[in-house]
Every structure is written in C-alpha cells, then in structure tokens.
Write a protein that binds this ligand. Structure first.
Ligand code: PFF
Length: 440
C-alpha cells in the first residue's frame, strides 16, 4: 500500500520539476519553505484525503455522494479531476522528453558532441534545440500517449505498477551513487550553498505560492488520486504512519535530486541565465554521467527508470479521469480511455509546440506549457485543497476523521488533535492568504 502511494508520488515532480523550481525561485529559501509546506500542510491534507477516501470508498466525486454531502461538494472533486487532467497535458510532454533521452542514451547520440563543441555547450544546445523543434518532441509525446493508451486498454496497469515497485528502489540507489559523484566535482561547494544556505531576504509571495504548488504536485495532493487510492486501503492500515512515510520519502528523493543537480550546475559553469528551468535536469545529468566510467550505461539505466516512473504517473493521472467518466456516464472502459487520451494528441501537442514554434502565444504572460502548469499546480490544487480541508474539518460526519485516524478506536493517534486543528484553521487560512497575496 505504501509502495503504491509512493509510486504515485515519486515521479517527474521530484526529478524534473523540483530542481527547476529551486533554480528559478532563489535556491535554499525555496527549499526551506518547501519543507515547511510538506510538513505543516502536505501531511495533514494527505490525511484528510486518506480519511475521505477510506470512509467514502469511491472516486473523488463519488466519496462526497457516499458521505451524503450537499450537492455543491461534488464540485470539489470535479475541480480536482480537472486539475489532474490539465497536469496530464504537460506531464505527457516531459514524459516524452525522458523517452527521447532514453533513445539518445542507447544510440549514444547524447554523448557525441559536434567537432569543436565543448561538452557543456553540447548538452545545452542539444536540449534547447530538441525542445524548440517542431517534430521531434511531438513524436515522443505521441509515443508516450500511445503507450498509455495500450496499457490502459489492455488493463495491465497493475503489471506496470509492479515493475515500477521493483525499479523505484533501484532508482533510489543510483541517485545515491550520483550524489557521491556530484559532491566530489570541483566547485561543488558553491552549488551546495545555493541549494542549502537560505537568504530569507529573498522571500516573495511568488516563492511561497510556487513552493506550496510544488508540495501539492509532488505529493499528488488535490488531484483526487489519493482519495481513489485510499478507498482501497485495508481497514487496519495506519493512515498517519502511511502519510508520514510517503511524504518523507518523497521529500527525500527531491532533496537528493537537489544534491545532484546544483553542485553539477556550478561545477560545469552552466550559467543559470538563458537556461530554462524546465530543461535543467536534461542538461546537468548527462554532464554528471559524462564524469563517470561507463557513461552510456548509467545514462540508459537512469532514463529507463525515469521513463517507467513517468509512465506510472501518467497512467495513474489518466486513470482518475477514466474511472470518473466510466462511473458517472456508465461507459465502457475502452470508450472512457479513448475520451480521456484522444484530446491529448491536440492538448499535449500545443504544450510541446509552445516551447518552440508557438512560443509567441502568451496567456497571462506565460507560454501555453507554463500557463497550464501554473494554473493547475499553483492555483487549482491549493484551492481544491482548501475546500477539501473545509469539508473534512467542518462538514464531514464528526466521527469520520477520528475514526479513520484511530482505526475506529483500535489504535491511539496522537496526531488527531493537531491534524484536526490544522485542517480546520491553519490550512484553509494559510493557503488562502498565500493565494490572495500572490494575486495582489
Ligand atoms: N506526484 C507525481 C510527481 O511528483 O511526479 C505527479 C502525479 C502523479 C500527480 C500521479 C498526480 C498523480 F495522480
């Protein structure tokens, strides 16, 4: 049970998105606020979702119906599903990038610079010209959508999940090895300082909103997925322990990525200017591999693991929408799969092209990719979570949260009172304030 939930939480959010956010939000200050967000808000909101899911025993919309909540509460589940779908649109694009880098590692193309090109410029040029290209990223995104379609239609997601459960510990181990390599690079200390030594004068509302959004994204909160997962949790599962384990492991993987990326960034002198956050990992990691014996082997192994991690995440995000459409509209599974995945051929394509040929299209100052990411991650997930906390804290049956946290009184839960306090007051107020200050 913990493995499945960790499988959903650990993904591109930790490996790709977290370092990119740290990079563009001033380094260690972001990390400090991020850790606070995970501990103070992430774990309690996760417990709210777990309790709701196990008590309501259904999908993100169905739980409210089963718990006999008033009609408008269903909208909270609806918002979660919509947010998860928007996230899927751009997540699929990045999943495509990992796929391309897997092929490039196998063919060796990733590690063969042009004549006269230094290694550092090679990796920057490679990624920049790849993401801005019209066809290449699109083809890879389409490949990932097709793989998702095949897996969902064949109903073998359990198989993929099992493979991923074996592969995740391997990923963890090789990240440890990469940390060792990265920390011993010349000039590593400067990068470490950027990542670990906060300058609190740099805090702004944007930093806090971004950290909060990243925490929700990374823990898969506010998307309806944990509600759905926890409806399958056994009665004697200890929710508090599960939430803490999942959150801390997820945090650990993110911090490990920071320890790999930032020493490498300063060591290789990749200037942060002109370097898109979104492409950071795809540029620095090959640099690290280049420092290791058997470069290609490490690269293949890493991108293979990352592609599988991305696949388990895209499948579980898509599954939220498939389950919803199938249940609500009483539709056959294959039809629901097509309805969910077909529009991605257009929507994900728009996201992908918005980094290249369509970069002139601006929505609220962002390209389409960043706009969807910002809106879904930084705005919709937190808003959904506020309402979720208000429901669980104030409107759900009074015995729901204590019963779920203590397994109907059979175990003690010291966390119950603080969690209830946070869910009732702190989380809605704090998240609300952060959002308001972001807009004014
Ligand atoms: N939490 C995942 C990550 O950090 O990559 C993303 C994710 C997976 C979100 C599955 C939602 C989900 F249902």
């Amino acid at each position: 049970m913990i493995a499945a939930t960790v499988g959903s939480a650990v993904g591109l959010g930790n490996i790709w998105r977290f370092p990119a956010e740290v990079q563009s939000n001033g380094g260690a200050v972001f990390l400090a606020i991020y850790i606070l967000c995970v501990l103070l808000l992430g774990i309690p909101v996760m417990l709210a979702e777990f309790s709701l899911g196990r008590a309501g025993h259904s999908d993100a919309v169905g739980v409210f119906k089963n718990l006999k909540a008033g009609k408008c509460w269903w909208a909270v589940g609806g918002l979660a599903i919509l947010a998860s779908y928007l996230i899927l649109c751009f997540y699929m694009v990045v999943a495509g990038w990992t796929f391309e880098y897997l092929w490039q590692s196998i063919s060796g193309g990733l590690f063969s610079p042009e004549v006269g090109e230094s290694a550092s410029t090679h990796y920057v040029m490679k990624m920049e010209s790849f993401v801005t290209d019209s066809y290449n990223p699109l083809i890879n995104t389409y490949m990932m959508i097709l793989i998702n379609l095949v897996v969902l239609l064949a109903g073998v997601q359990k198989g993929i999940e099992r493979i991923s459960n074996v592969m995740m510990p391997v990923l963890f181990l090789i990240l440890l090895i990469f940390i060792g390599v990265s920390l011993t690079l010349p000039g590593a200390a400067e990068g470490l300082e950027f990542f670990l030594k906060p300058d609190f004068s740099k805090i702004s509302a944007t930093t806090v909103v971004n950290a909060l959004g990243q925490a929700f994204f990374s823990l898969s909160l506010g998307m309806g997925i944990l509600i759905t997962y926890s409806s399958y949790f056994p009665k004697d599962a200890k929710l508090t322990r599960t939430a803490m384990t999942v959150s801390l492991l997820d945090l650990l993987v993110a911090v490990m990525m920071g320890l790999i990326i930032f020493p490498a960034v300063t060591s290789f002198g990749l200037s942060s200017e002109g370097l898109r956050g979104a492409t950071l990992v795809f540029i620095t990691l090959p640099e690290v591999f280049g420092q290791m014996p058997m470069t290609q082997l490490w690269s293949i192994l890493f991108f293979l693991l990352l592609t599988v991690a991305a696949l388990t995440s895209t499948i579980s995000i898509a599954e939220v929408s498939v389950a919803f459409i199938r249940d609500r509209f009483k539709m056959k599974r294959w039809k629901a799969c097509l309805i969910v995945l077909m529009p991605l051929f257009v929507l994900s394509a728009l996201c992908s092209l918005s980094l290249g040929p369509l970069s002139h299209i601006r929505l609220a100052g962002f390209n389409i990719f960043d706009f969807l990411d910002n809106m879904a991650t930084n705005i919709m997930l937190p808003i959904g979570s506020i309402f979720l906390c208000i429901y669980v804290g104030w409107f759900a049956p009074k015995t729901m949260l204590p019963d779920q946290l203590t397994n109907n009184g059979t175990i003690r839960s010291r966390m119950y009172r603080p969690v209830l306090f946070i869910i009732r007051y702190i989380a809605p107020l704090l998240i609300g304030l952060v959002l308001i200050s972001y807009f004014i």
